[in-house]
Design a protein around this ligand. Structure first.
Ligand SMILES: *Cc1c(COP(=O)(O)O)cnc(C)c1O
Length: 419
């Protein structure tokens, strides 16, 4: 995997991929006797040593509960946890640190908005627009509210490339439309949605916009103020960080007005049985209970790591990998790529005529290649395209052009076996 310099395509950025790979111990392992080729990055990315070491350091030196201790370890843990809030604020281009709420991930962040903002602001007959490209985590919370409050969930359609139909989007608005909930980048197809334009439309029509950024955060610069996002969510484990830590960004005035969604310690100023309990200020109002302290600290380390490599360079490198992979698999007889939007993120979804996606994934795993098969938590989208499952290869900064070559050869071999 060394000596990649001569293999870099002309438009790929200068990137020391070998040096990056050396920071990911998992990439050294073998699977079924073959070097691991990890192409399931849209499900979870691998973690660099700096992130892994954070856990050892935290539990070896300053493990303590935060915000309420009056001792050295608690102070250090609190400072490190709160430092991640500043890192995330800068990462998202948010105005204020109190606009950053820590959650377990994207799913929990969206559920927070549904339970808190949704229950306080939506009434029977109100409408929420989601897109056909959504992950289940940005569909089901709204369906639950539909069942409980009688709100209506409407779906923004896509064209044959997997690109959102913006005319149809505009036409869906009524005076009852209160919220647009869309992903920034589709995990199933890699489509990058024009969220800034969509936010403008939503705001003109008096609706808010929640953006699921789980697939955007690892690949491109995000600026919530430039987008004018009301809410923005992402997960640490897809951006070289750990599982268990994610983020909800919300505009300060919205968060201020929202009721808590979970009650408990850490989210109160004072509790009484005689006078009303007083809640903590944002963001702590939304962080009930002991949070994932080590994970949040490690998330900060992961975002620093991304900043060191450079998010633009990461995105450009993945685009080069995607281009090479797309060109190579397009030559395979009977292979159909789903999701052909221009300027996609590093996701390659495909089906092969006469071959079950699951068989392909299982057999290619025998050759050391990890790809995903299934509905990618986007059943409505796949159903629309007439399939129940696709194979999906998704790329990260530590993947190489050589791996793409090995993957393509392995794929051809496997297809030959199952057809
Ligand atoms: C992975 C993903 C989610 C869910 O993220 P969790 O970390 O599982 O909460 C939501 N939306 C998109 C687009 C995703 O890719």
């Amino acid at each position: 995997m060394n000596n990649l310099a001569d293999k870099q395509p002309l438009d790929a950025p200068a990137l020391d991929v070998a040096g990056i790979r050396a920071q990911f111990p998992i990439l050294e392992r073998q699977v079924h006797g073959h070097p691991l080729i990890y192409f399931d990055n849209a499900a979870t990315s691998q973690t660099p040593l700096a992130v892994i070491d954070t856990f050892r350091d935290y539990y070896s030196r300053y493990n303590a509960n935060i915000h309420r201790g009056l001792h050295t370890l608690a102070d250090e843990a609190t400072a490190a946890y709160e430092a991640t809030r500043d890192t995330v604020r800068a990462f998202l281009g948010a105005a204020e640190r109190r606009e950053i709420v820590f959650t377990r991930g994207t799913t929990e962040a969206i559920n927070l908005v549904a339970h808190s903002w949704g229950r306080a602001n939506l009434k029977e007959g109100d409408e929420v627009l989601v897109s056909l490209l959504e992950h289940h985590s940005n569909i089901v919370p709204w369906q639950l509210l539909a069942g409980q409050l009688g709100i209506v969930v409407k779906v923004i359609p896509v064209d044959e490339r997997g690109v959102l139909d913006l005319d149809a989007y505009r036409a869906l608005f009524t005076e009852r439309t209160k919220l647009v909930a869309v992903n920034h980048v589709s995990n199933a197809f890699g489509t990058v949605n024009p969220v800034r334009e969509m936010a403008t439309v939503a705001h003109e029509r008096g609706a808010l916009i929640l953006i699921d950024g789980a697939q955007a955060a690892p690949h491109q610069k995000i600026d919530v103020r430039e987008i004018d996002a009301d809410f923005y969510a992402f997960s640490g484990h897809k951006v070289y960080g750990p599982t268990g830590a994610g983020v909800l960004y919300g505009k300060a005035e919205l968060l201020e007005a929202m009721p808590p969604w979970q009650g408990g310690g850490e989210m109160i100023k004072s509790v009484s049985f005689d006078v009303p309990t007083i809640f903590a200020d944002v963001p702590h109002k939304f962080e009930a209970g002991t949070p994932a302290i080590a994970e949040v600290i490690a998330l900060g380390v992961a975002l620093d790591w991304v900043a060191d490599v450079g998010i633009e360079r990461i995105g450009a490198w993945e685009a080069a990998l995607l281009q090479q992979a797309t060109d190579a698999v397009s030559r395979i007889d009977g292979l159909r790529i789903l999701g052909t939007a221009p300027d996609k993120a590093g996701v390659l979804s495909f089906v092969v005529e006469g071959a079950h996606s699951q068989d392909i994934a299982l057999l290619i795993d025998q050759l050391g290649v990890a790809i995903r098969t299934g509905n990618h938590c986007a059943q409505p989208l796949l159903a629309h395209f007439g399939v129940t499952a696709t194979c999906r290869a998704s790329f990260a900064v530590y993947n190489t052009l050589e791996e793409v070559e090995i993957f393509t050869a392995a794929l051809e071999r496997v297809i030959g076996m199952v057809r």
